[in-house]
Design a protein around this ligand. Structure first.
Ligand code: GRF
Length: 193
């Protein structure tokens, strides 16, 4: 008898605003037998996000939510997530700060990937700041999301060496390659695999 896989996978939504390379890596991961998640929904606050194209490529439902009013944004988002029985949210280059109300609703179920070794360099321009400060290493962090920006409990980190002539662009590229590996590992870690 064929073994059916994927029945009990954790229904996951990935939130993006741009390119979506982490989204792509999570979708690929979710399709492997050993993955504990199934990517069921792509949410973007930006209708022009390139990553939205992965919805079509991988036949995953996508929704753009870009209401200015935070209350309307939250209500629509929560309705869509509930209707799709979403159990976990992965932020992947999602550039809108989620409200405290929303985070409380999905407490412990939202994770994020950040391109620095947190708690160093919360917020934007992480690579630039690491280079200006002549750090020897930077990297990436997967962490739980709480109401303070980039401050939730750390799940996993990966260190990346900063070379002598490193530029913001070259460092971003090096770290992104590691992000694509770290995010799936962190998910497996929290879902006890
Ligand atoms: C990544 O560097 C991620 O860590 C940061 O935004 C970037 C998103 O890249 N939060 P992509 O859209 O996944 O390609």
């Amino acid at each position: 008898m064929a073994i059916s896989i994927g029945i009990n996978k954790v229904k996951t939504a990935v939130f993006i605003s741009g390119k979506g390379s982490n989204l792509k890596s999570l979708i690929k991961f979710s399709k492997s037998n050993k993955s504990p998640i199934s990517v069921k929904l792509i949410i973007s606050n930006n209708s022009k996000a390139k990553g939205l194209s992965y919805g079509k490529i991988f036949r995953i439902k996508k929704r753009v939510i870009n209401f200015r009013d935070n209350k309307v944004f939250d209500d629509k988002l929560i309705t869509i997530l509930r209707n799709n029985q979403i159990e976990m949210i992965c932020l992947a280059g999602f550039m809108k700060i989620l409200s405290k109300y929303f985070i409380k609703k999905f407490s412990g179920k939202i994770i994020n990937i950040h391109p620095s070794l947190l708690p160093k360099y919360k917020g934007l321009n992480t690579h630039k700041r690491a280079i200006i400060n002549r750090d020897k290493y930077s990297g990436c962090t997967v962490h739980f999301v709480n109401s303070k920006l980039d401050s939730g409990k750390i799940i996993l980190q990966k260190r990346v060496k900063i070379s002598k002539n490193e530029t913001e662009k070259s460092l971003a590229k090096k770290i992104l390659i590691q992000e694509h590996k770290l995010y799936p590992k962190a998910i497996s870690k929290i879902l006890n695999l």
